[in-house]
Write a protein that binds this ligand. Structure first.
Ligand SMILES: *Cc1c(COP(=O)(O)O)cnc(C)c1O
Length: 458
């Protein structure tokens, strides 16, 4: 008999999560105005709101917490982290920051000016925000396949080289401070970028004299997909693949809350000494002195260990395959989900799931609320609510896809939890034709409404 897969870790500490009844949840979600962001965590059984900073640290990371060096200057924990970042990424210079968007703030303050354009593959919200805040423009050059959920492509995060070159031809070099390559591409559903594509982007950038930076929040998960899917990489270690990918770029910003395996943290790593010197000034101004940059010494130590752990194959296999395990269960039940599965989340396709609920009644939100009511599971709508209103007409924007994202925290839940999630969704799917109406908005903020919006049931 072939042995089944089993996780390469055992549990040393547990955290109780609260079961509740459907009646309780109906009451709680009504009081929360049907907005899942308004629920306190003790009213959630399985929390899939995000994989950012929600993972479990290892015993070795916790051990580092005890020996953190909290010296203001010259912290030994900083030295440990700096050495690890150099070993793993190959980049020469390093600046710690308190999280990913802070790294963007520091680097972009150095490099991005009004009127610039920054091409990339479906920039993440905060990345785009930091570009637009400086009155510059993010240009999406992702391959067309990424926008079609029915197309199976191993590297849906790839950049379309022709699109990128046309941007290079359209704008003068001085207007393009850098290209940003997001690995894995979060906004495209956690989809990976191949080494081949990275190399091609890098060569084109060199030809036009434009630097290439990585938004590397999930660089280890990206390397796992490369090992599994790209020809010539099956026998390479994750650390070798990571090194090669980064060797094609000039630097990176990192949200350590993802593949850093810590709850808070981030950094910048780069090769250009002049850029490093300028960024140092902004880092001291916005984040803190260069040997802590908004992080505790103990957190820098835990991050150093986390970076080494997240680039181990056995960890990544358990992580990415757990996400796929949930995805495959849902596919087996006939539930419409986005494919291929991403590295950190499964996305329910609400347009196919509940077409009986009118789009104007926020069918993605309706499905997310139902999942909470039925199973105590908290996902998040990525659809009309998130897309917000057109700033000029104030009309709702209806994106092509209405999704409910189920982000899986790292090393946190077992496959029993995945079975429970899949069964809850199957039960909703079996009765989907009974869903006829959704919600109206009773109160909303002028921008970023999804965090605080209030709904009424129709
Ligand atoms: C999370 C994330 C960020 C921002 O990082 P924070 O730590 O949340 O500030 C930037 N880019 C990508 C791709 C991310 O997933």
């Amino acid at each position: 008999m072939e042995l089944p897969y089993a996780e390469p870790y055992k549990i040393k500490m547990v955290e109780t999560i609260n079961r509740s009844t459907k009646e309780q949840r109906l009451k709680w979600i009504k009081k929360a105005h049907y907005n899942l962001f308004n629920l306190s965590s003790d009213k959630v059984f399985i929390d899939l709101l995000t994989d950012s900073g929600t993972g479990a640290m290892s015993d070795k990371q916790w051990a580092e917490m005890m020996i953190g060096d909290e010296s203001y200057a010259g912290s030994l924990s900083f030295k440990k982290l700096k050495k690890t970042v150099k070993n793993i990424t190959g980049f020469k210079y390093f600046l710690p920051t308190h999280q990913g968007r802070a790294a963007e703030n520091v680097l972009f303050s150095t490099l991005v000016k009004e009127g610039d354009v920054v091409p990339g593959n479906s920039h993440f919200d905060t990345t785009k925000g930091h570009i637009e805040f400086r009155k510059a423009t993010a240009i999406d050059c992702t391959i067309d396949e990424a926008f079609d959920t029915s197309v199976v492509h191993p590297f849906k995060g790839n950049i379309d080289i022709k699109k990128l070159e046309s941007v290079f031809n359209k704008y003068p070099k001085e207007k393009i401070p850098f290209v940003i390559l997001t690995i894995t591409c979060n906004s495209a559903g956690g989809q990976p970028v191949s080494v081949k594509n990275t190399k091609e982007v890098s060569e084109l950038c060199k030809k036009y004299g434009i630097p290439l930076y990585f938004d590397a929040a999930r660089f280890s998960e990206n390397a796992y997909f490369i090992k599994k899917r790209e020809e010539g990489y099956a026998d390479k270690t994750i650390k070798e693949i990571v090194k090669e990918v980064f060797s094609y770029g000039d630097g990176m910003t990192m949200s350590a809350k993802k593949d850093g395996l810590v709850n808070m943290g981030g950094f910048i790593a780069l090769n250009n000494k002049e850029v490093f010197k300028q960024a140092t000034v902004f880092n001291i101004m916005f984040e803190g002195f260069i040997t802590y940059g908004g992080m505790n010494g103990r957190d820098m130590g835990a991050l150093a260990v986390g970076l080494n752990e997240s680039t181990e194959f056995n960890y990544l296999e358990s992580r990415v395959e757990q996400v796929a395990y949930l995805g495959q269960k849902l596919v087996d039940y006939g539930v419409p989900v986005q494919q291929p599965f991403g590295g950190h989340a499964i996305y329910l396709d609400a347009n196919k799931f509940v077409p009986t609920i009118p789009r104007e009644e926020y069918r993605g939100q309706a499905l997310a609320v139902e999942l909470y009511v039925v199973g105590g599971i908290r996902g998040v709508e990525i659809g009309t609510v998130l897309a917000d209103r057109d700033p000029v007409t104030r009309e709702n924007r209806y994106p092509e896809l209405e999704l409910v994202r189920l982000a899986i925290p790292r090393r946190t839940y077992t496959n029993n939890h995945m079975d429970y999630i899949a069964a809850s969704i199957k039960n909703i799917y079996d009765t989907r034709n009974e869903a006829k109406s959704g919600y109206i908005i009773s109160d909303e903020a002028p921008i970023m409404r999804h965090f605080t919006v209030k709904f009424k049931k129709i």
